[in-house]
Write a protein of this length. Sequence first.
Length: 273
Amino acid sequence: MTLLIIVVALLVGHYMQWPQRLRDFGWYASHLDWLGGRLDLRGVWGLLLALALPVVTVLVVQSLLARGSGLVLGVAFAWLVLLYCLGPGHLLDAVNDYLEALDAEDAERTDGLRAALEREAGADQDPVAAGIVTRAHDEYFAVLFWFALLGPVGAVLYRFAERITRQESHAGLHPAADYLVGVLGWPSTRLVAFGLALMGHFDRALTKLTAGLAWQPDMNAGNRSLLAEVICAAVDYQPQADSATTVARRVKALVLRTLTLWLLVLAVLTLVW
């Protein structure tokens, strides 16, 4: 059932427009502002208070609908929660728009789309490749991992912790939220990196992957750095030879193949269990 929920959520989220309107986090920003006006939202305790409303609400509903006559409603609820938490940034559309702008040689549009996709990368890495893979992890892979492991509450925990790191008005929460996102993202990052290695240039990517297995103090930054290193190795990125179009197409194809691999592995696990 978990596999079916994930597949349907991915298909509906990609081919239909209404899920994007569903993914409105404005209410959560207002909730944090309201909470911050009454309590000191800093550190670990502040983070627990900030996450309490979405996580506890989903956990209670998930528990109530886990058995008996509520089972069907529980499946529908899980699907809606996953749909809400997946891909709020419409990554695939952003990549396709970027590729179209490159093909059309529209420099102004290309620059704007590139700036939206780019992330910090090393000297021998492509910033767009780093941006695509880190966004793919944050928007899809990490949410899918925790949904498969814990159900709706897992998806909500990761998504709302990640949203807190984006709330500039609550900087006191950022260190704790960033650490939590790093901890939650540590296993899914390694699984994504291993999938990229399997689906791409395995030898080069595996070298980068094994070097990134160690536990790091700043895990969130370490996760992003590892993904950037592995994706560039897996697509055999050559800074002086590969065009922007070539790199973006390779990265897009490799990320989609890795997502397919995840779904196949989940299907096998579902059959075995």
